[in-house]
Design a binder for this molecule. Structure first.
Ligand code: IVH
Length: 713
C-alpha cells in the first residue's frame, strides 16, 4: 500500500499529531482532520491488513479520539469516508449497534508504586479518610483481550456486545454465545436480579493461541501478531463457529448494572466489589480466583506488593495481562469517589513494565542529525514489544556499540519500558554462530558519496560529527527542528513542505521562514489558498513565542529545552547574549561550560546575529517581559496547580523567599489549612496548622529540605 518513506512520513505525522494540541479554529482543525484521517487509515491498514501495527492501541485510540473530538466541534468537517464514520474503528460491518445499560468507562493508568500511593492519597481525599485509616482494595489482572458486555434478563443471556465507544457497542450475541465460558443461563433471580449487565474480557489462552497460530501457518493463513488480536478478531467474525475454533474464553470483572422487577438497583445487597465477583463465580462465570489472581488488600502497601509480585511473574499466567487493576473494594466509598467522564475515580490500572523481546540485528544505518552528529541506528527484524512493532532502535554512539560489543547478525535483547523509546539491552552472545560482523563506524560522512567529508570526534564527546555539511541535510534538520513542537511549534509546516521549500531555494536561513511568499505557496501543487493561509497563521503565531523557544530552536549544540528556559529567564532580549561571558553563563545553576561555549560561539558569529536581527524585523519576538517568563516556568513547574502553605519557623530561607520559590515552581500560596490545601511545609515549632493538616490526612506534609528537593533546588 505504501513505500517505506511513506511509512516513515505517516509515522512521523502520527507522532506529531499525538503531541500537538487539538486545533481551536476551523482552519487549523481542517488541516488536523485531514492529517488525522490519513494516519488513522494508514494505521488501520497496518493493524488489520498488514498485521504489523506501528503504534500502540493507546496511541491509535488517542488519534481516533482527537479526530472524533474535532468532528464533533466542527461538524462542517464531517465526511462520509472519515474513519470515525464506521460503527467501530475495525473493519467489521453488519453488527448492529446497541446502547450499554450504563456507560463503559476506561481506566486511568499508573506505572509504579509512587503512582499507586498518589492514587490512594486521592481516594483518601475524595472520601475524607485520614491517613491512619486503611482503605481496602480489590485487585485483579488487567486482561489484555477484547472487552465484552453481557446482558441477562430473567436468568437468560439475551445480548452480548463489544465495548464499542463505551456508550454504544456492537451487538454480537451469536459469537458471544459460542464462548463456552459464558453461561447461557444463570440464576440471577437467587439475588433478586431481573436484569443485569456484566463486563468482562474475551481472551485466548496463550497455549491455545500458539496452537491456533501454528495451524494457521500450516494452512498458509496469515499469523496473528498476538493473542489479543486473535481474540478481538475472533469475536467479530461473521461465522460463530470460528469463535469456537479459536477457543475464546471470557473473564468477568464487573457487575455493571443489576435491577429487580421494579427497576431498583439491587447491587446494594453486596457491600463490596469482591462480593459481587464471588457471586458471579457462584453463578457459573469465569472470574479471577480469590487468593491467586484476585485478592483483597487491606491497604495500599499490600496492594503495591501484590502488583509488583505479579509484575515479576506475569509470564507464568496462562493469559496475556498487561497490568493489574486496583478497585476500591467498598461500594460506599466508590460512590464517594465518583467518576470523571473518562474513568471511575475509584479504580486505577497498574501497567506492567514493558516486556523485553529478542530480535535479530539486520543492519546498522548511520543518520545525520541537525548538529551533524552521526547516530547509528539498529535495523531489527520487526518485533512486538508491549503492543508495538519495533524495527528501528537508536544505538546512540560508537561507545555504546563497542561497550556492548553489538554485532550485525546478533540476536539482541530489546526493551521498551513504559512509554520510553525502545533500546538494546545486550546482544545474546551465546547465540552467535561466528557469522556476526562487528559494526564499523564510518570515518566519512555517510551522506557524502565522494568520501571527502571526514567526520570528527571532539575530545570528551561521544558523537562523531560531520563538520561541514555539503549535502544540505543538516540544514534541513535544523529547519525541521526549528519548526518542531519542542521549538517554535509551527503548525502546518511538515517535513515534506520544508524539504520542498528548500529545494525551491526559498529557505536559506531561518529568517527566510518568516518572509515566505504565501501567494507563491498557494499556487504550488497540493497547496491552495486555504493551506497557504493556514501556514501563514501557523508562522504568525510562532512569531510571538516566548524567547526560550526561539533560543532552543537555533540548534545550538547541547542547548536543550531546560537550559534555554534557564538562560531566557536571565535576559530581556536575545541579542544580549552577544555580550555574555563564560562566567556569566556558568553562574546560572545547571549551565555548564560546554554549552556556554557553544552559545558564545553562536553569538560571536556575525552571520547568526544578522539572521536574528532580520527575524526581529520580520516580527519574531526576541524580547520578553518578566511576567512572560514567570508564567511560562510556573505552568510547567514541579508544583504546577498545587496549593501550598508554609508554617512554623523556617530555618533555610525567609518566608518571602520560600513563597517566591513555590510560586515559581507553579504553586499558589494558600491562606490556611483546609481540605483544598495540597502541601504544608513545616519549619521548627510548627503548631496548630500542622495538627490540623495531620488530622485532615489529605495534605502532603513536607520538611524544608523535602520542599527544596521537590522543586529541584
Ligand atoms: S474495570 C469502570 N477490570 O481495561 C471500570 N477493566 O481501560 C473499567 N480491563 O477495556 C473496567 N481487565 O476491558 C476492569 N480487571 C479488569 C480489567 C479491565 C481488563 C480492560 C477493560 C477496558 C480497559 C479499561
Amino acid at each position: 500500500m505504501h513505500d517505506v518513506s511513506e511509512h516513515r512520513r505517516l509515522t512521523d505525522l502520527s507522532r506529531k499529531l499525538l503531541s500537538t494540541n487539538t486545533a481551536n479554529t476551523e482552519d487549523e482543525a481542517s488541516l488536523q482532520v485531514r492529517d488525522l484521517r490519513e494516519v488513522i487509515r494508514f494505521h488501520e491498514w497496518r493493524y488489520y491488513i498488514a498485521n504489523e501495527p506501528l503504534i500502540s492501541d493507546f496511541e491509535y485510540d488517542k488519534l481516533f479520539k482527537k479526530l472524533q473530538e474535532l468532528e464533533n466541534r466542527f461538524p462542517n468537517l464531517l465526511a462520509e469516508d472519515s474513519p470515525t464514520q464506521r460503527v467501530s474503528p475495525d473493519l467489521t460491518e453488519g453488527f448492529p449497534t446497541v446502547q450499554h445499560l450504563t456507560p463503559m468507562l476506561s481506566l486511568e493508568n499508573s506505572y509504579n508504586a509512587d503512582d499507586l500511593a498518589d492514587f490512594d492519597a486521592q481516594v483518601r481525599k475524595l472520601c475524607m479518610i485520614p491517613a491512619d485509616r486503611d482503605i481496602e482494595y480489590c485487585i485483579e489482572p488487567k486482561f489484555d483481550g477484547g472487552t465484552i458486555a453481557l446482558v441477562y434478563e430473567n436468568n437468560a443471556l439475551v445480548r452480548g456486545a463489544s465495548r464499542g465507544n463505551g456508550i454504544e457497542g456492537e451487538e454480537m450475541t451469536n459469537n458471544i454465545r459460542a464462548m463456552r465460558t459464558i453461561p447461557l443461563k444463570a440464576e440471577f433471580s437467587r439475588y433478586g436480579i431481573v436484569k443485569a449487565e456484566l463486563r468482562g474480557e474475551a481472551l485466548i489462552r496463550k497455549d491455545v493461541f500458539d496452537k491456533v497460530n501454528a495451524k494457521r501457518g500450516k494452512e498458509g493463513q496469515p499469523l496473528f501478531a498476538n493473542p489479543r488480536n486473535a481474540a478481538t478478531g475472533a469475536f467479530k467474525v461473521k461465522d460463530s463457529k470460528e469463535v469456537e475454533k479459536r477457543g475464546l474464553e471470557a473473564f468477568i470483572y464487573q457487575l455493571g448494572y443489576a435491577v429487580d422487577a421494579n427497576g431498583n438497583d439491587v447491587r446494594v445487597q453486596f457491600p463490596t466489589h469482591d462480593d459481587t465477583i464471588e457471586v458471579l463465580g457462584k453463578l457459573g462465570f469465569k472470574i479471577p480466583i480469590h487468593g491467586f489472581d484476585r485478592i483483597v488488600c487491606k491497604n495500599i502497601a499490600e496492594a503495591i506488593d501484590f502488583c509488583n509480585n505479579w509484575q515479576e511473574k506475569r509470564d507464568t499466567y496462562d493469559y496475556e495481562i498487561d497490568g493489574m487493576v486496583l478497585k476500591v473494594n467498598s461500594f460506599e466509598l466508590q460512590e464517594k469517589c465518583g467518576y470523571t467522564s473518562h474513568h471511575p475515580r475509584w479504580a486505577v490500572a497498574f501497567k506492567f513494565r514493558a516486556k523485553q523481546a529478542t530480535s535479530k540485528l539486520l543492519n546498522v544505518e548511520f543518520q545525520v542529525g541537525k548538529t551533524g552528529a552521526i547516530t547509528p541506528v539498529a535495523k531489527l527484524e520487526p518485533v512486538a514489544l508491549a503492543g508495538v512493532m519495533v524495527s528501528s532502535v537508536s544505538l546512540h554512539n560508537e561507545d555504546f556499540i563497542s561497550s556492548k560489543d553489538i554485532r550485525i547478525g546478533d540476536t539482541v535483547l530489546v526493551e521498551r519500558a513504559g512509554d520510553v523509546i525502545p533500546y538494546i539491552v545486550k546482544p545474546l552472545d551465546e547465540l552467535r554462530d561466528g557469522t556476526e560482523i562487528p559494526v564499523v563506524f564510518p570515518k566519512n560522512c555517510p551522506m557524502d558519496d565522494s568520501g571527502s567529508v571526514k567526520l570528527v570526534r571532539a575530545e570528551g564527546e561521544a558523537a562523531w560529527r560531520c563538520p561541514n555539511c555539503i549535502c544540505g541535510l543538516q540544514d534541513y534538520q535544523k529547519f525541521v527542528f526549528h519548526c518542531s513542537k519542542d521549538a517554535m511549534d509551527i503548525e502546518g509546516l511538515s517535513k515534506a513542505t520544508i524539504e520542498r521549500f528548500l529545494n525551491l531555494g526559498w529557505l536559506n536561513t531561518l529568517a527566510d521562514l518568516y518572509r515566505l511568499d504565501y501567494h507563491a505557496i498557494s499556487k504550488l501543487d497540493g497547496f491552495g489558498e486555504k493551506s497557504a493561509e493556514n501556514l501563514r497563521k501557523g508562522i504568525e503565531k510562532a512569531k510571538s513565542n516566548p524567547i526560550h523557544r526561539l533560543l532552543h530552536s537555533l540548534s545550538i549544540h547541547h542547548l536543550g529545552k531546560k537550559a534555554s528556559r534557564l538562560i531566557a529567564a536571565e535576559i530581556g532580549h536575545v541579542l544580549e547574549l552577544k555580550d555574555w561571558t563564560l562566567e556569566k553563563f556558568t553562574e546560572i545553576k545547571d549551565i555548564g561550560p560546554v554549552v556556554s561555549e557553544n552559545i558564545m560561539k553562536y553569538f560571536a558569529d556575525e552571520k547568526n546575529i544578522s539572521i536574528l536581527r532580520e527575524m526581529e524585523e520580520l516580527g519574531v519576538n526576541l524580547s520578553q517581559t518578566e511576567e512572560d517568563c514567570k508564567a511560562e516556568s510556573a505552568a510547567e513547574g514541579p508544583l504546577a496547580g498545587k496549593s501550598i502553605l508554609f508554617t512554623g519557623t523556617l530555618t533555610q530561607f525567609s518566608r518571602e523567599v520560600a513563597e517566591g520559590k513555590a510560586a515559581s515552581a507553579g504553586a499558589s500560596i494558600a491562606s490556611g489549612v483546609s481540605s483544598k490545601l495540597d502541601i504544608l511545609v513545616v519549619g521548627e515549632k510548627a503548631g496548630s496548622k500542622l495538627a490540623k493538616a495531620q488530622k485532615l490526612g489529605t495534605v502532603e506534609i513536607l520538611s524544608e529540605a523535602e520542599f527544596l528537593s521537590k522543586i529541584g533546588a
